[in-house]
Design a protein around this ligand. Sequence first.
Ligand code: ADP
Ligand code: MG
Length: 250
Amino acid sequence: MVRLESVGKRYGGLEVLRGVSLEVPEGGVVCVVGPSGSGKSTLLRCVNRLETIDAGRVWVDGELVGYREHRGRLHHLRPEELCRQRQKVGMVFQRFHLFPHMTALENVVEGPCTVRGVPRAEAVRRGRELLERVGLADRAGHYPAQLSGGQQQRVAIARSLAMSPKVMLFDEPTSALDPELVQEVLGVMRDLAASGMTMIVVTHEMGFAREAGDHLVFVDDGVIVEEGPPREVLAAPRHERTRAFLGQVL
Ligand code: ADP
Ligand code: MG
């Protein structure tokens, strides 16, 4: 469903990703861990083309991201094609970025109505279903300021799901939350993983990685240093850098 092949990304003279290759099969849940500044967010941003890459290739759902191939040559996608492609990828950030002047339900309904042209009644019906799925059926009429951080993040997940993405990217979705609110968000993510969603999750929650992840990737300084089944990597990291990092977060 997602494939990165030798992806390189640089900001000026700073090489942030240096030949990252990764495959996520349909329904796969890959957790990405690593120190601050190692390139984890950049990696996610390359998957939904919030960043253009300097080397390598990215595919989502069988399509080359950002380009089309025609007679053996690559051509940049037009903005509307890019927009269609980007809709395949949902993203949830550390900060929830809800529209503050809209209720939870309006936040969820907005994308399908304005971007996808879904009739409002249908979008509202589906929006209510999604809010129920994230345990917020009774908060549909609340504004973000009236919701806890955990509730806001669950609305943000519902809002992403409303666009029917093929892949969901999570960038440290619980890092900004008070400790007691972390589990309610991880619970929603566990359910989503169990439902067969393809996910790439940057997180420091090793319990989540161990139980919900199929594959764990340790990134340091723009390269994948080590990867494998989460239980194995967490129980017996082979590289010194992985051991040092896990020693700090576990
Ligand atoms: P992580 O998510 O693992 O903390 P990032 O992918 O955010 O790491 O950043 C990797 C490196 O790239 C850091 O050194 C960061 O300062 C740098 N960086 C990220 N975004 C930009 C940008 N837009 N311009 C310049 N440097 C950036
Ligand atoms: Mg980051």
